[in-house]
Design a binder for this molecule. Structure first.
Ligand code: B3K
Ligand code: ZN
Length: 887
């Protein structure tokens, strides 16, 4: 597919000041009338009035009230170019009127206006608005919108759009209409409308300047008892943004609408967020602790976009991380403030390693601000979002909270109401802080995860510790492609904030400020610390201060010391992960066989963490006791130049779990008993951590020998599955049972299904635990489930729960030696790509690491990829992913 380049950006030739939309929903189609007040952009390149448009049946086209003769315009598949007004040159200002017909019921891409169950919903980011009407569909065209929706009253009592409801009325034949007016100019990707029959939960929020905002959460009828948490999260987010960033809600009316068919998590449309039901609906018996926290984070994220994304938006889609990286950083900080900062950070680091580091090492590697893309929807990635947030966090680390806040204030003062670039954001941070961020800007342009090599030396006589840091970043597939296109790469050193602590033998911090941020700007740099009384253990990258691979030779003893004493909880966790990784790599080298690669010191360290968790912070202990993920171990192998062996990785990890279960059974049992719930379920507070640790312990106990398992653990698993009142405990037990080849497994899965078949989101969990099962035959079971009534390939949540979970979260079965995992993925992708290219392309990303497996597996993967590539009429989304994978 054709790539487009950032360097080719030109300002729009025409601007739009106002849009008046009229959308009439009929049984067979929708009719959209649009009136655009257009004006030639004095800063633009000149030329025709070019409008994007896809799958629109044009009915009428007029300028300033006069229908346009066909010779004045050219209509192509994806655009309408108007060169003149019936022979006369286009006036500098004109009113363009169009009428088109669209077919929302046939819209399986879920981009533009589409039907979900009995209602109509929109998704316009990135380029869905062009599937609703002809428009210059680019974020630097900002206009004020009014929207009138007309539909049958009985079937569609709610008619919603952005901004304020300004008029309603009846039309003929039992139809009604509503007109909405959005007082803020916005790019069309933030447009939304909904016509549906929904229940609504209403509330109010008083802003700190004393305005009252009406809040509403709309859900499918009958689900009102599942929206309380989302509403509470919204109010918490509003209060937090006022407190932390001084940012207030700017509308009188803020709505969240939940929809069951949705490509991603949620969408920040101005004043009318549209959400995947997954991030709205929750009740203790249907949703897990993780689901509740996911709701908190996504509701906050979309709300925070109102300033970072909507009030100040992106100039072009290359700048996507301007709003996404910044807004993820904001929702991370919200999570840290309302939950546990340490646990939140650990989970972020883990997610980065599982998803972003592999992306950086694979064929789709790109910087947070890519220089080119073929399909923008492929760039809503871990890199743009999560690494983008890391880059913002590094600025925060380098300049400090107070200067960061001044930088945000300056950013809004300068750019409110504008469509800007990442450069504008960094400039505001630089100007507000006085810290030179010129070199830092390279983070925006370079793909790949940098390596940081550290070497420390202690001189007892001089009481001096010396640390030498060396950075390197090899070019990725992305840089090679740029080079081929003749584009320059700025490959100078990065500006890396390295947060360092020096932990003394007694466990205390040697540095008076505990943690010092070393600004690494050269390729190699030496830092000297005087007055250090004894040989310290260096704690590098505290709080994970930079998204890099650390190469630092520290012995098991040193890591154990950090595990026990580091004053930074993230690095205590990290030390444990490094130790476990080292052991597991030895186990993998041994083919995952035996246990003589497991040192007793590790068993003892795990026991200490567990004891500590019972006394202090159960949530932190639960994080520490999760062994490095199979995907993370795979990256370690690939990074060391070895072929990834998914079988050996899986075996070694299980062997270590079984060993711990055998050696620490009594402690696990004691913890299980000590952590029994003492109060009614609530999805937050310390009991989340206690549940996490208790279920983790139960998971370890389930690794016990058959005799103990059957006699003592199985009864608890089955009882917890059927008897626990909350989904967190139920799904923990069911997930564990799903890995066991026992009659209880089938019974529990069947019972769960019959109990919950009416709750779509709970059925997704049922699919997911089966798709991620360790048991042999899982691929065949996934195929069987694809034919089950519970599955629907047109529903993204179902595809994610069953197929993506299998491909991305079950590496050992996805990478099965016989190629069955790859064939399964290819079968789904080829079927899905014509229906929903965005979702199909996401599944196709599962092949990212295919060149890192052994030759036999590679042959299977290549065959699968080529089969997808050769599929007739392959969607651009999938073509880009597969094309890059095969490059
Ligand atoms: N901005 C949307 C994502 C849109 C994805 C389009 N393919 C959700 C978010 O990041 O908040
Ligand atoms: Zn976002």
């Amino acid at each position: 597919p054709q790539s487009i380049y950032l360097k080719d950006y030109t300002p729009p030739a025409w601007l739009v000041d106002t849009v008046d939309l009229h959308v009439a929903i009929h049984d067979t189609h929708a009719e959209v009338r649009a009136t655009l007040a257009c004006r030639r952009n004095p800063a633009g390149p000149g030329g025709a009035l070019v409008l994007d448009g896809e799958e629109l049946a044009l009915q009428e086209l007029a300028i300033d009230g006069a229908a346009l003769a066909p010779f004045c315009y050219a209509l192509a598949d994806d655009r309408l170019a108007i060169a003149s007004a019936n022979g006369a040159p286009l006036p500098e200002r004109l009113t363009l009127a169009t009428r088109v017909r669209i077919a929302p019921d046939a819209n399986t891409q879920l981009s533009g206006l589409y039907r979900s169950k009995d209602g109509y919903f929109t998704q316009c980011e990135a380029q869905g608005f062009r599937r609703i009407t002809f428009y210059p569909d680019r974020p630097d065209v900002m206009a004020r919108f009014t929207c009138t929706i007309e539909a049958a009253r009985e079937r569609f009592p709610q008619l919603l759009s952005n901004g304020n409801l300004v008029a309603t009325g009846d039309a003929t034949d039992g139809r009604h209409w509503a007109r909405w007016e959005d007082p803020y100019a916005k790019p069309c990707y933030l447009f939304a409308l909904v016509a549906a029959k929904l229940d609504v939960l209403e509330d109010r929020f008083a802003t700190r300047s004393g305005r009252t905002v009406r809040l509403a959460v709309y859900v499918e009828p009958g689900k009102l008892d599942q929206c309380g948490h989302a509403m509470a999260a919204l109010k918490k987010s509003m209060a937090w943004d006022e407190r932390r960033f001084g940012l207030e809600m700017d509308l009188d009316h803020y709505m969240i609408v939940a929809v069951g068919d949705f490509n991603m998590g949620a969408m920040e449309n101005k004043g009318l967020n549209i959400f995947n039901t997954k991030y709205v609906l929750a009740r203790p018996d249907t949703a897990t602790d993780a689901d509740f926290q996911g709701i908190d984070r996504v509701v906050a994220h979309e709300y925070f976009h109102n300033w970072t994304g909507n009030r100040v938006t992106c100039r072009d889609w290359f700048q996507l991380s301007l709003k996404e990286g910044l807004t993820v950083f904001r929702d991370q900080e919200f999570g840290a403030d309302v939950h546990s900062r340490a646990v939140t950070r650990i989970q972020e680091v883990r997610a980065l390693r599982v998803a972003q580091f592999p992306e950086d090492a694979g064929p789709m590697a790109h910087p947070i601000r890519p220089a080119s893309y073929a399909e923008i929807n492929n760039f809503y990635t871990a890199t743009v979002y999560q690494k983008g947030a890391e880059v913002v966090r590094m600025i925060h680390t380098l300049i400090g909270e107070a200067a960061f806040r001044r930088g945000m204030d300056l950013y809004f003062a300068r750019h409110d109401g504008q469509a800007v670039t990442c450069e504008d954001f960094v400039a505001a941070m630089q100007d507000a802080s006085g810290v030179d961020l010129a070199q830092f800007r390279r983070w925006y342009a370079r793909a790949g995860t940098p390596h940081l090599k550290a070497e420390g030396r202690y001189d007892a006589q001089a009481r001096r510790y010396t640390l030498t840091l060396t950075q390197s970043l090899a070019p990725t597939a992305y840089e090679k492609r740029l080079q081929e296109a003749g584009l320059a790469i700025d490959d100078g050193p990065l500006h890396i904030p390295v947060a360092l602590g020096l932990v003394l033998p007694d466990g205390s911090d040697a540095l008076p400020e505990k943690t010092r941020v070393l600004p690494l700007t050269q390729q190699s740099q030496t830092f000297v610390f005087d007055g250090i009384p004894a040989a310290p253990v260096a704690s590098l990258l505290r709080g994970f201060s930079a998204p890099v691979h650390l190469d630092f030779a520290q012995g098991d003893e040193e890591l154990a010391h950090l595990m026990a004493w580091d004053s930074d909880p993230v690095n205590r966790w990290e030390a444990g992960q490094r130790l476990a990784t080292r052991i597991l790599l030895a186990g993998i080298a041994a083919g995952g066989e035996g246990t003589d690669w497991i040192p007793d010191t590790f068993v003892a360290a795990v026991a200490r963490v567990l004891d500590d968790g019972l006394r202090h912070d159960a949530a932190l202990a639960a994080e520490a006791l999760i062994l490095p993920a199979e995907q993370v171990l795979a990256e370690e192998m690939a990074g060391a130049g070895k072929a990834i062996d998914p079988e050996a990785i899986h075996r070694a990890r299980i062997a270590l779990r079984r060993h711990l279960a055998a050696r620490l059974r009594d402690r696990f049992e004691a913890a299980w008993a000590a952590l029994a719930p003492t109060e009614p379920y609530s999805p937050d507070g310390p009991q989340v951590g206690r549940r996490a640790l208790r279920n983790l312990v139960l998971g370890y106990l389930a690794e016990s020998d058959a005799e103990y398992l059957n006699a003592s653990v199985m009864p608890r698993l089955t009882a917890q599955c059927s008897g626990a009142g909350n989904m967190t405990d139920v799904i923990a037990a069911l997930g564990t049972l799903a890995n066991l080849d026992a009659p209880e497994r089938t019974a529990a899965l069947d019972a769960f299904h019959s109990r919950w078949q009416g709750e779509a989101l709970v059925v997704d969990k049922w699919l997911q635990v089966q798709a991620t099962s360790r048991l042999p035959g899982t691929a065949a079971r996934v195929r069987e489930l694809m034919r089950h009534a519970a599955f629907d390939i047109r529903n993204p949540n179902k595809v994610y729960a069953l197929v993506r979970a299998f491909c991305a979260a079950n590496p050992r079965h996805f990478h099965a030696a016989d190629g069955e995992g790859y064939r399964l993925a290819a079968d789904v992708i080829t079927e899905l790509q014509a229906m929903n290219p965005q979702v199909a392309a996401r599944i196709a990303r599962s092949f990212d690491r295919w060149r890192q497996v052994d030759a036999a597996r590679q042959a299977h993967a290549r065959a699968a990829l080529e089969r997808i590539r050769d599929c007739a009429g392959l969607a651009r989304d999938v073509a880009e992913v597969v094309g890059k994978a095969l490059e």
